[in-house]
Design a protein around this ligand. Structure first.
Ligand SMILES: Cc1cc2nc3c(=O)[nH]c(=O)nc-3n(C[C@H](O)[C@H](O)[C@H](O)COP(=O)(O)OP(=O)(O)OC[C@H]3O[C@@H](n4cnc5c(N)ncnc54)[C@H](O)[C@@H]3O)c2cc1C
Length: 422
């Protein structure tokens, strides 16, 4: 479509990409968002999909619908997974088409990092996307169903042992949700299983949970998980998992039916043609203060996939929603004016994590709070950040409903179909 405007192609309709598309001047730019999924996902609540607390539709939002509204009007969406960027020809290629750009923004986020550990990709469950979270939910529920039928004590123990590897916010949150399931749901909905048979173990390689937060938050999280009967093991480096036995560097083993891997992320990767520039540390593209990818022309990177270093963050900005949102908005300002006079500086609004209902930790600068107030703050912040009024209402109702009884209609195993066979 020839609009006479410059074409801005954005790879990824996540936090960074959507905020950029929303704010950039549509009179100047013809904006095209490419995403492999036709929806935006709200990653902070993936663990609630995996633990059957929320329905996937509550935390996802159709991109085409978003494009038809308010400040997004004028943007277009196309589905596809970008595999190749040709910076000489100024083109990107997906499995379906090749698309030309005048300026390109890489906002493709990050995926699981398995650190080259053999067989991990084949055997562990992950929660880095809505689809992965549904798969993890299916696996948890399937193991519970199989345990109900199983009479062999060793196999039963294995099926009812849930291991989480990685004690960052995602690991703590999913372990807390599994702990709640053990405490309040199992005996009511699975009468063949005793609560004491279920084991939830959270492994962390360093000496504390939530390493990116304050020591107080780490201590609170450890205590809260203990109350939810989660066994936390610190200083444990995982070596391998063959689908049945989890082995650690010190030789310790655990027989477990499910390992949920939350231990690392790496930027989504692309083949770059026409330049030697490659993704740097953590698979992230090194950018300058205007989010321009170093060594490339008219190519920018924002969010989890960019490596933006300044005095306060010598190892790069944290890979969180706020830096992605703020970078998207700042780049929109620079692309709209064309002057590139607004360097990016991350404004840290603080961080939080929840460990089951009534329990959360919040760090805002030097201020720390926890418990019920922190949990309410966590609920409000997440509801406000969620895209779409319908989603906010659905999630709010779901939370209220499960607050008073842990009753959800979501403990369903949705299997792939047999047909069509191709
Ligand atoms: C389980 C989990 C919990 C989290 N909890 C929190 C939290 O509590 N608070 C917080 O601040 N942050 C949290 N984060 C981090 C936060 O979600 C990310 O920092 C944020 O999403 C980064 O935004 P982004 O725009 O860079 O990438 P994303 O939001 O991940 O968006 C990337 C988009 O690119 C698309 N994409 C990827 N590759 C391609 C490709 N090759 N071609 C086309 N499209 C592609 C994806 O489909 C996706 O829509 C969490 C992340 C996870 C995974």
């Amino acid at each position: 479509m020839n609009t006479g405007k410059q074409r801005l192609v954005i790879i990824g309709g996540g936090f960074g990409g959507l905020n950029l598309a929303k704010k950039v001047d549509k009179n100047k730019w013809d904006v095209l968002v490419i995403d492999k999924n036709n929806y935006h996902s709200f990653a902070p609540l993936f663990y609630q999909v995996a633990s059957s607390s929320l329905e996937p539709a509550g935390i996802t939002f159709p991109l085409r619908r978003e494009m038809s509204k308010g400040r997004m009007r004028g943007c277009r969406y196309t589905m596809g997974e970008v595999t190749r960027i040709d910076v000489e020809r100024k083109e990107v290629t997906t499995e379906f088409e090749t698309i030309a750009y005048d300026s390109l923004v890489i906002a493709a986020g990050a995926t699981n990092n398995f650190f080259g550990i053999a067989n991990l990709e084949q055997n562990v469950y992950t929660i880095k996307s809505t689809a992965e979270s549904i798969k993890t939910r299916n696996a948890i529920l399937t193991n519970l169903e199989r345990a109900c039928q199983c009479t062999d004590p060793d196999e039963r123990r294995r099926l009812l042992t849930f291991a989480v590897v990685g004690g960052g916010p995602t690991g703590v949150e999913i372990a807390g949700a599994l702990g709640e399931m053990k405490r309040w749901v199992i005996e009511r909905e699975y009468p063949q299983i005793s609560r004491d048979e279920v084991r939830v173990v959270l492994y962390e390689g360093t000496d504390r949970l939530l390493r990116t937060m304050s020591e107080k938050s780490s201590a609170n999280a450890l205590n809260d998980l203990g109350e939810l009967m989660v066994d936390v093991r610190l200083g444990k480096t995982m070596k391998s998992y063959d689908g049945k036995t989890l082995t650690f560097a010190d030789g310790e083993t655990l027989s477990t039916g499910i390992v949920i891997w939350t231990a690392g992320i790496v930027g989504n990767s692309f083949e770059i043609l026409g330049s030697d520039v490659k993704a740097g540390p953590g698979g992230r593209f090194e950018v300058d203060e205007f989010n321009r990818v170093k060594g490339l022309t008219d190519v920018y990177a924002i969010g989890d996939i960019c490596y933006h270093v300044d005095e306060r963050f010598p190892r790069g900005c944290p890979q969180l929603a706020q830096p992605a949102i703020q970078q998207g908005r700042n780049l929109a300002r620079n692309l709209s004016t064309g002057r590139f006079d607004s360097p990016f500086s991350y404004y840290d609004k603080g961080s939080m994590a929840t460990i089951g209902r009534n329990r959360a930790v919040v760090d805002m600068g030097k201020v720390h709070f926890d418990g019920w107030f922190a949990w309410i703050a966590w609920l409000i912040v997440h509801l406000l950040t969620l895209l779409g009024m319908r989603n906010k209402i659905v999630v709010f109702i779901n939370w209220i409903w499960s607050y008073f009884g842990f009753a959800t209609s979501l403990r369903m195993i949705l299997k792939p179909t047999k047909y069509p066979q191709d």
